[in-house]
Design a protein around this ligand. Structure first.
Ligand SMILES: Cc1cc2nc3c(=O)[nH]c(=O)nc-3n(C[C@H](O)[C@H](O)[C@H](O)COP(=O)(O)OP(=O)(O)OC[C@H]3O[C@@H](n4cnc5c(N)ncnc54)[C@H](O)[C@@H]3O)c2cc1C
Length: 468
């Protein structure tokens, strides 16, 4: 029987929110006893077999999304320096606080050696032309300064950061599944975890839950089980598109990533571009229930000749339906069933013509896919009509700003889904309706990017420290 283990703060999930939260805590008080629990491996051991085998082998715990340093570890870490991008936690705090804390996080990046100038600060003639074209076509261009680390640079940063956390005495429990919260009289007392065969209880009066997108469903179940305040939020469903760099050249050169928001004329639904990766690579993420989702990333030193970006449709539902999470999962399951466990890929030319893509037809295009984790098929068999109509309308309007975008060579990988449908009820310090239990990052429903995840982790810790 193990001794009862107690901590000043436990972070559930070892991603962006937790790492920056823990860094804030240990610097403020080096005496604190801190534990970070994560389902995946320590960062240095996170290896995706695809890097050597060239294809996804369906690991039981996907190294790309699970593991210490979180989903950010394999991302190219575009760090957006504006409250309008990466989430909407400013709606429960303030724009100034979020922006100030983003600058504070950028300062930590610089302390760890990443001093590159953010892109997108000053407009030149080409940028003005793009902005004008967006205005003419009813597209909102959310132009924010962005620091870009690259997948390799981001790995270096997190490796250094985690080494510092270990040196400062923070404990990590990798390969550990978070099972449950221990809550008494609406106060957090600890968590139940499972590493290997044994279950164990860890105790703390201060817990920061930051399970990321991969743990968003688990967080919703916890809310239901323990009556923690939450509401069903929205879900983002769409495609990851891949297009030759030459088409995106002006945008890539000037903005690196141009974040565009567009309300479709047909349904008045919100469409947005997300996570653009110039000269990047398509990533296939395996989620729970054998769902395969599209994503993308870019290295600083290894380049492809394609740009990838997500085109996402934000869907929220009114009464009586309140399960956006299940809705999106069902769509993903349908697609994964059709492909036998891979992404579905179709060229825009084939989609418009109403015929399925095949490998042979894709080989005739001016683009070589940067992944092999797909089956060429017909997205319209898996994607609801309204969402597909929205995607196609957005592609056509994007073409007006970026000529050539709506070409037959545009590849669409389906589905890309952002599971952040549970909107936790949080106060301005990230505390849930359970005393001492905080929620941060993607699984809180307020975050979708590295900047806001780090901000939320830090704000939660500052509140904890102010009460200790
Ligand atoms: C491929 C890719 C590219 C991206 N690119 C960018 C980008 O360029 N810029 C940007 O701003 N954002 C990007 N993002 C999003 C960004 O990575 C996330 O918004 C951010 O990591 C969220 O931080 P988090 O702390 O909320 O969750 P995460 O960083 O995802 O961490 C959650 C952690 O919880 C753990 N976990 C989950 N379930 C359990 C469980 N049951 N028990 C124990 N542990 C569990 C996971 O292993 C994970 O480590 C990208 C994401 C991906 C996947």
């Amino acid at each position: 029987m193990k001794n009862k283990r107690s901590f000043d703060i436990i972070f559930v999930g070892g991603g962006q929110s937790s790492i920056f939260g823990a860094y804030e805590a240990i610097n403020a008080n080096p005496e604190l006893k801190i534990m970070i629990v994560d389902k995946g491996q320590m960062l240095k051991k996170r290896v995706c077999p695809k890097e050597t085998l060239g294809r996804c082998v369906n690991c039981p715990t996907c190294a790309i999304i699970y593991g210490v340093s979180g989903a950010g570890a394999f991302s190219d870490s575009k760090f957006n320096m504006d409250y309008r991008v990466g989430g909407d936690v400013h709606t429960i705090t303030s724009k100034d606080l979020v922006n100030d804390t983003i600058q504070y996080v950028a300062g930590i990046y610089r302390d760890f050696g990443f001093g590159d100038e953010p892109t997108g600060l000053k407009y030149n003639d080409e940028m003005e032309k793009i902005k004008r074209s967006c205005i003419e076509n009813d597209i909102q261009l959310v132009d924010t300064p962005t620091m870009h680390l690259g997948t390799d640079g981001s790995r270096e940063l997190y490796t250094k950061l985690i080494d510092v956390l270990l040196e400062k005495g923070i404990e990590f429990s990798p390969n550990t599944d978070f099972l449950d919260f221990i809550i008494e009289n609406n106060e957090i007392k600890g968590i139940t975890i499972k590493a290997s065969e044994e279950e164990e209880k860890l105790y703390s009066n201060h817990i920061v839950s930051a399970l990321g997108r991969s743990g968003a469903k688990k967080m919703m179940k916890m809310c239901q089980k323990h009556d923690i305040g939450y509401s069903a939020g929205s879900v983002d469903i769409g495609v990851r598109v891949e297009i030759p760099d030459v088409i995106m050249k002006t945008i890539n050169k000037n903005f690196y990533e141009a974040k565009m928001v567009f309300y479709t004329k047909k349904y008045n639904d919100k469409m947005r571009t997300f996570c653009s990766n110039p000269s990047g690579f398509i990533a296939a993420e395996k989620h729970k229930d054998d769902i395969m989702l599209a994503n993308g990333h870019a290295y600083k030193n290894k380049k492809s000749t394609n740009t990838n970006l997500a085109l996402l449709c934000t869907k929220s539902f009114t009464e009586p339906f309140n399960q956006p999470f299940e809705y999106a999962s069902s769509i993903a399951k349908m697609s994964t069933m059709l492909t036998g466990g891979k992404l579905m890929c179709q060229s825009y030319g084939d989609l418009k013509a109403g015929r399925r893509s095949t490998e042979e037809k894709i080989s005739r295009l001016n683009i070589i896919p940067t992944t092999t984790d797909y089956v060429a098929g017909d997205i319209s068999l898996a994607c609801p009509k309204r969402i597909l109509d929205n995607i196609m309308e957005f592609i056509e309007v994007h073409d007006k700003v970026t000529p050539g975008f709506a070409s037959n060579d545009l590849l669409l990988y389906f589905p890309e889904i952002k599971f952040r449908s549970t909107r936790m009820e949080l106060d301005s310090n990230m505390e849930t309706t359970v005393k001492g239990l905080y929620s941060a990052g993607d699984s809180s429903g307020y975050g979708s990017g590295l900047n806001i995840a780090a901000v939320m982790g830090i704000l939660a810790v500052r509140d904890i420290l102010s009460k200790k």
